[in-house]
Ligand binder design. Structure first.
Ligand code: FAD
Length: 384
C-alpha cells in the first residue's frame, strides 16, 4: 500500500448526496445553510476519491475480496472499510407503515421537512425524547408546527442527561410550546394503509398530521449477512479497527469500541468518534499502524437556541453544581478528576472541561473554578 500516493479510493454511498454531517441537518432546513456538506460538496474530487452516490453495497464476499452493488456490479478491493453508519431503530408495532417519518438520514429528513413545508402538516407527534427526538421537536416548532412528544422514561434524553439537567431541559422545551409527555410509551402506530396515530401503553390513542419515530438507532449490518464478519449489536473490531476477516476494517456508528472512561465496549454513535475512527482506519489501511484509544461519551445540541452539552459519567464522589441566569452546570469528580459534566442553557467552557476529563488531570488545586463560564480563559496574575 505504501504511502498512499498511487492509491485508488472508491467510496460508495446509498444516498444521492455528497458526504454530509447529520448534526448540521437541522441548521440546513432552518437557514438553508450548506453547512451539512461540512467538507464541501466537491470534497471527494479534491481528495482524489472516486465517490459513487446512489450506490448501495448489498453483499461482501470476503474470500474473493469483492463487494457487490445493488446494480449487480462486483467491485474488487485490496482493503475494505465498512462505515455504513446506523439507521432508525423503532421497536414499535407498525413502524414500517407509510406515514412514519424519521430524521436519521438526509433523505429521510428531506421527506419530513417537505411534508411540513407543504402546509399539510400542522400537528406533529414525535415518539422519543432522546437527542435526535429533541432536535426534531425544536426544528418542527421553528417551522411553525404544533408538537406533541412522548417519552417512555421519566426524563428527556435519558441516555446522557442527569435528572437535574433533564428537568431544566424539559422546562425549556415546554417554554418553546412543546407538549412533552414523560412516562408515556407508544406501543403501536395505528392506521390501515398509512399511519395516522399511535396507541399508547395506557390504551389512549394520539393522532397527528405527521408522525415521527425517534426511538433509537441500530447499525446498518444487514448486507453483511453471510459475509462471516463477526458482530453483536455492532461490528466487533480490534484496537486497529480490524474486523475478524483479513483486510476488512470498520469505523463509525456501527462498531463496538471501548469507552475511554469506563472501558466498557459498545456502539457509541457519536460524530466525533466516527471521524476519529475514520482517521485511524485510514492510516491502518495504508500500513501506518495506528491504535484506536477508545471512544468519547458525549453529546450536545448547539443549534436551535437550546444549548446542551453532556459528557462522560453522571456520577462521581463529588458533585459541583451551579444555577445562573436560568442555566445549569454540573461537574462530576472522582478522586479529584473530572469524569463527567452537564450543561444546559449555556455551554461556555465545555471544551476546557472536556480537555481536563480526557487527560484525567487532578483538579484539586482549582476545582472551585470549574463551574465558571470563563474557566480556562487566559488570566494574567500581576506580581505584587
Ligand atoms: C439528526 C442527527 C443529529 C445528530 N447530532 C449529533 C450531535 O450533535 N453530536 C454527535 O456527536 N453526533 C450526532 N449525531 C450522530 C452522528 O451523525 C453520527 O455519529 C455520525 O454521522 C456517524 O458517522 P458514520 O459515518 O459512521 O455514519 P453515517 O453518517 O450514518 O454515514 C453512513 C453512510 O453510509 C451509507 N450506507 C449505509 N448502508 C450502505 C450500504 N449498504 N451501501 C452504501 N452506503 C451505505 C448511509 O446512507 C450513510 O450515508 C446526529 C445524528 C443525527 C441523525
Amino acid at each position: 500500500m505504501g504511502d498512499g500516493t498511487n492509491l485508488l479510493i472508491l467510496m460508495f454511498s446509498s444516498e444521492p448526496f455528497p458526504p454530509y454531517s447529520p448534526p448540521a441537518m437541522a441548521d440546513h432546513f432552518i437557514h438553508e445553510s450548506k453547512a451539512h456538506f461540512w467538507r464541501g460538496q466537491d470534497w471527494p474530487g479534491k481528495q482524489g476519491v472516486d465517490y459513487k452516490s446512489g450506490s448501495a453495497v448489498i453483499e461482501v464476499e470476503a474470500e474473493n475480496h469483492l463487494v457487490q452493488l445493488a446494480d449487480g456490479k462486483n467491485i474488487a478491493y485490496d482493503r475494505l472499510v465498512i462505515a455504513t453508519g446506523s439507521r432508525l431503530y423503532a421497536p414499535v408495532e407498525g413502524a414500517e407503515l407509510p406515514g412514519v417519518y424519521n430524521f436519521k438520514s438526509l433523505s429521510a429528513a428531506q421527506n419530513l421537512v417537505e411534508r411540513v413545508k407543504s402546509g399539510e402538516a400542522q400537528q406533529a407527534l414525535i415518539i422519543g425524547a432522546g437527542f435526535i427526538g429533541m432536535e426534531i421537536a425544536l426544528l418542527l416548532r421553528k417551522l411553525g408546527v404544533a408538537v406533541t412528544q412522548v417519552e417512555m422514561t421519566e426524563q428527556v434524553m435519558p441516555a446522557m442527561l442527569d435528572m437535574d439537567t433533564a428537568q431544566l431541559t424539559l422546562k425549556f422545551m415546554q417554554q418553546r410550546g412543546i407538549d412533552l409527555r414523560l412516562n408515556t410509551k407508544a406501543v403501536a402506530f395505528i392506521g390501515d394503509d398509512k399511519a395516522e396515530g399511535v396507541r399508547l401503553e395506557s390504551g389512549e390513542n394520539l393522532y397527528a398530521d405527521v408522525l415521527v419515530a425517534a426511538t433509537g438507532v441500530r447499525p446498518n449490518l444487514e448486507f453483511l449477512e453471510g459475509s462471516g464478519i463477526a458482530h453483536g449489536w455492532g461490528i466487533t473490531v480490534d484496537e486497529y479497527l480490524r474486523t475478524n476477516l483479513a483486510d476488512i476494517y470498520a469505523a463509525g456508528d456501527l462498531v463496538e469500541v471501548p469507552d475511554l472512561l469506563t472501558g466498557e465496549t459498545y456502539v457509541h454513535a457519536i460524530f466525533l468518534n466516527a471521524v476519529e475512527q475514520g482517521n485511524v482506519a485510514g492510516l491502518n489501511i495504508l500500513g501506518i499502524d495506528n491504535r484506536y484509544e477508545g471512544a468519547h461519551r458525549m453529546n450536545s445540541l448547539k443549534h436551535l437556541d437550546l444549548p446542551i452539552m453532556a459528557a462522560g459519567l453522571k456520577t462521581g464522589d463529588q458533585v459541583l453544581q451551579t444555577r445562573r441566569d436560568g442555566s445549569l452546570r454540573t461537574v462530576y469528580l472522582q478522586e479529584n478528576r473530572v469524569v463527567g459534566f452537564q450543561m444546559v442553557g449555556d455551554i461556555k467552557a465545555a471544551g476546557v472541561l472536556r480537555g481536563l476529563m480526557n487527560r484525567q488531570q487532578n483538579v484539586s488545586s482549582f476545582k472551585d473554578r470549574l463551574l465558571d463560564t470563563t474557566f480556562g480563559q487566559g488570566t494574567i496574575t500581576p506580581w505584587v
